[in-house]
Ligand binder design. Structure first.
Ligand code: SF4
Length: 397
């Protein structure tokens, strides 16, 4: 009985949303106006960037990407390092590596033209169910239904789905697909995205402005704002480590390229101990210091939260001579010295920018003090005190 009631409303809900979208669509740099299709390259690029990231953070980077690599062939020809550097700050760097791999696949296997169906799009690197449906609907007009977090929230409220996420996902998907009209699937998907982003917001939804309020069961039952319910997540563990900021006399900083796969893969990092739940002991710290030097602890620590864990890094800093030799444990083949001027354009993830800012800002007074005595500085750079010994001494004090 309930389903037949909803079935009667589905066409009206889609119609109301499309009419509202025609009036209120957000003007975004990757959007085509309502009733028109967008270049799949632009849809793909924006959808990959927007995963787990805000429109505000994505907009300048999207514009920059498009300026540097105006089409998929141009992006395919780019060096991965350049792409990672342009991506820096958006997080989830596996997306940037997949973006590059996908561009190369489209250029090589599809003559630079994205395939036009959800099924074919799913075969490309980094394109999951949501992105494939979004590109198929928005760029190709296929009857496809992307469902992201915003759309999940709207559907859960519209149909008063009380099953908590993630168990509710299949039901939400079925409901969303049933609402998708035969024509203008792309506009419909974008109207749902906009409704979730601007009116049916996580907190205090503006139901008074909502074009589908008459059909909304969550609103009618007075439970809209609480939906969707979510299963409690396990608490994130905290991992700890020590990061080593080595500055050479010529003003360069030691950085290292991370392994291509895994967390922050292919990005630059400040060398550090492994990140473990227990704090590293003196032996571990000594084994991972990239050079033997007079390491100074920088007061305070750097904190950063990843999807699956929280990170706390202590920072050690050292001034080293130009001819300093890297320790074998530092993986010298992956290390390089960058000038301060090169840092803004480098493929440095946010956590490493925080480490460098912490080392430079907190260490500024020490540096100015040490400049007053070049003899003391030379002495410091010649005195090779292992960080293990220093830390062990400090902890036992
Ligand atoms: Fe969301 Fe309120 Fe609209 Fe329902 S009426 S879809 S809860 S904004």
């Amino acid at each position: 009985m309930q389903d037949s009631h909803i079935a009667m409303e589905e066409g009206a809900i889609a119609e109301a949303l499309l009419a509202w979208y025609g009036r209120e669509a957000r003007a975004l740099p990757w959007r085509a106006p309502p009733k028109s299709r967008q270049d799949p390259y632009k849809v793909w690029l924006s959808e990959i960037m927007l995963q787990q990231t805000t429109v505000k953070a994505v907009t300048p980077r999207y514009i920059n990407f498009l300026r540097r690599w105006p089409d998929v062939n141009a992006l395919a020809r780019a060096e991965l390092g350049e792409v990672l550097a342009a991506w820096a700050g958006l997080g989830y760097y596996a997306r940037a590596r997949n973006l590059h791999a996908c561009a190369q696949r489209v250029a090589k296997d599809h003559d630079g033209a994205f395939p036009g169906t959800e099924t074919e799009l799913r075969k490309l690197p980094g394109i999951g169910a949501y992105t494939a449906a979004a590109i198929a609907a928005i760029a190709f007009g296929e009857h496809a239904t992307p469902v992201d977090g915003n759309i999940e929230r709207v559907i859960a409220r519209l149909f008063a789905i009380e099953t908590p996420l993630p168990a509710a996902k299949p039901e939400i998907k079925v409901r969303a697909e049933a609402l998708t009209p035969d024509t203008r699937a792309g506009d419909f998907a974008q109207s749902m995205m906009d409704l979730g982003a601007t009116i049916c917001t996580p907190r205090r939804p503006a139901c008074g402005l909502c074009p589908v309020r008459p059909a909304c069961r969550g609103y009618a039952q007075g439970i809209a704002e609480q939906l969707p319910y979510k299963e409690e997540k396990a608490a994130r563990p905290t991992r700890r480590g020590v990061a080593f900021v080595a500055m050479r006399e010529d003003g360069t900083v030691l950085l290292r390229t991370r392994p291509p796969k895994g967390l922050l893969g292919g990005m630059l990092e400040v060398p550090s101990t492994p990140w473990e739940e227990t704090s590293p002991n003196g032996e571990i710290i000594a084994a991972h210091a990239p050079v033997d030097a007079a390491w100074q602890d920088v007061s305070g620590r750097v904190e950063h939260t990843f999807t699956h864990f929280h990170l706390e890094l202590c920072v050690a800093r050292a001034a080293v001579p130009e001819d300093v030799v890297l320790n074998d444990g530092a993986n010298p083949a992956q290390c390089r010295w960058l000038t301060l001027r090169e840092l803004p354009g480098a493929a440095l993830p946010t956590v490493m920018r925080k480490v460098l800012a912490h080392a430079f800002e907190t260490g500024a007074s020490r540096s100015s003090r040490s400049r007053k005595s070049s003899r003391a500085k030379r002495r410091a750079s010649k005195t090779r005190v292992s960080p293990a010994r220093r830390t062990a001494n400090r902890r036992s004090a």
